[in-house]
Ligand binder design. Structure first.
Ligand SMILES: Nc1nc2c(ncn2[C@@H]2O[C@H](COP(=O)(O)OP(=O)(O)OP(=O)(O)O)[C@@H](O)[C@H]2O)c(=O)[nH]1
Length: 424
């Protein structure tokens, strides 16, 4: 089965430590793909000249967004958009240094590719390991290791090869090298080597440029044929006594989180397990023969089935389990620590359940990757936790399905999101 998908959009993120060149890299991409507005460009050129710089300071492009970022949004992730003839791009940029973990987990949850920046002079650092671990944890399938500032090491191939070997050694240890597609590029974001243009300083590198990788990489959902998952958001049941035909119309509205569905397919509605077939699919008022991932549609079934928000329509042959206990990796997002004594709400797709903490098996030191015993969780902690649920949830493992394998934890008293979970 081939899965249809929106291949014209790629979501990616950049990870790097302070001064590795994240802003410069993004600026260079925007500049060389000519997606900056002319007046913005003039401003930057003028400012760079005033500061006595020979080249245009591309970090000014993204730093202009700093003020926006600082307006106290809870999760501090900036999104930037650009497009080429081939694709549209959404870049998630997770700044902030202490809050790095939670920002990165948030930014990474929808990204399909992560660029991990390494300063060629410094090589693989603790932060590199941390970024890589988090990218792995949140299941980003494509990793580009960008060895930046090659101009400062005389574009030396041996330096690049050494960093590549070091990275691969720890990526294997982590299981990252086996599970993900990793590519390495030597570059100078400042001069523009190997981002959009190859230039001629590194003829020894025959691989793709950054933009070539971005243009080619499969977008989300396109790589594995995922199972059909349709959490019901709303049941549309018009009551129109003047129009008795409409009594038959009961549409289930929602978004196809994964897979695809066609008219005539055998489906099961969970958690009750009612079975039926798809009678019709509508996109707005347009009838469709089939629907695929990321489409928001209305599904009509052949039988009258009592269904409500929070139920999930799946194909009968590939139904997930409805479970009342889940094991997950949790990233704690709140300043108030997780307390095992309290009751939380777990929100999973369009469904919620009250939840109690079963056990916190361990938390992970993201710098050393060591597992440590703990009694609570503080902001930025990542831990393996089990939850006991009051209501069953229809879950997949996060590895298999990033939509139905993820959930958020909500504090009942404040209604704030306090944790993000990935089901093991
Ligand atoms: N020589 C050289 N300098 C670079 C390169 N890329 C970035 N820089 C410089 O490194 C410094 C930091 O770059 P930024 O792009 O601001 O780094 P950043 O990672 O965004 O830093 P934060 O925004 O503080 O996280 C700036 O002075 C850049 O001009 C490069 O490829 N070569």
């Amino acid at each position: 089965m081939t899965t249809q998908h929106n291949d014209s959009l790629l979501r990616f993120m950049t990870c790097g430590s302070v001064d590795d060149g994240k802003s410069t890299l993004i600026g260079r991409l925007l500049y060389d793909t000519k997606t900056i507005l002319a007046d913005t460009l003039n401003n930057i050129e003028r400012t760079s000249q005033k500061r006595g710089m020979e080249a245009v300071d591309l970090s000014l492009l993204t730093d202009g967004l700093q003020a926006e970022r600082e307006q106290g949004i809870t999760i501090d992730v900036a999104y930037r958009y650009f497009s080429t003839g081939t694709r549209k791009y959404i870049i998630a940029d997770a700044p902030g240094h202490e809050q790095y973990t939670r920002n990165m987990v948030t930014a990474a949850s929808t990204a399909n590719l992560a660029i991990i920046l390494i300063d060629a002079r410094k090589g693989v650092l603790t932060q590199t390991r941390r970024h890589s671990y988090l990218a792995h944890l949140v299941g980003i399938p494509h990793i580009v290791v960008a060895v930046n500032k090659m101009d400062l090491v005389d574009y030396d191939q041996a330096t690049f090869e050494k960093i590549k070997a070091d990275y691969l050694a720890f990526a294997s240890e982590l299981g990252l090298a086996q599970a993900r597609d990793i590519k390495f590029i030597p570059m100078s974001a400042l001069n523009g080597d190997m981002l959009v243009d190859r230039l001629d300083n590194m003829d020894w590198y025959q691989g793709e440029t950054l933009l070539e990788i971005l243009e080619d990489v499969p977008a989300a959902h396109s790589e594995q044929a995922e199972q059909f998952r349709f959490p019901v958001q709303f049941v549309c049941r018009p009551h129109d006594s003047a129009n008795p035909e409409l009594h038959d119309f009961r549409g289930f509205m929602g978004r196809v989180e994964s897979g695809e569905i066609a008219v005539g397919d055998a489906v099961t509605v969970l958690p009750n397990g009612y079975q039926s077939r798809v009678k019709a699919i509508q996109l707005g008022n347009t009838p469709l023969q089939s629907a695929h991932t990321e489409q928001s549609v209305t599904i009509l079934l052949e039988d009258e089935i009592d269904t409500s928000r929070g139920d999930m329509i799946v194909k009968t042959a590939e139904a997930p389990e409805a479970v009342k206990q889940i094991e997950a990796h949790v990233c704690w997002l709140s300043e108030t620590p997780l307390s095992p004594a309290r009751t939380y709400i777990v929100r999973h797709t369009t469904r919620e359940s009250k939840a109690k903490i079963g056990t916190i098996q361990y938390k992970v030191d993201v710098n050393t990757l060591e597992q440590q015993a703990t009694a609570d969780l503080k902001m930025n902690d990542i831990a393996r936790v089990s939850f006991k649920l009051a209501q069953p949830l229809m879950v997949d493992s996060y590895d298999k399905n990033r939509a139905t394998g993820a959930f958020i934890v909500i504090d009942e008293s404040t209604n704030n999101t306090v944790g993000a979970g990935m089901i093991v």
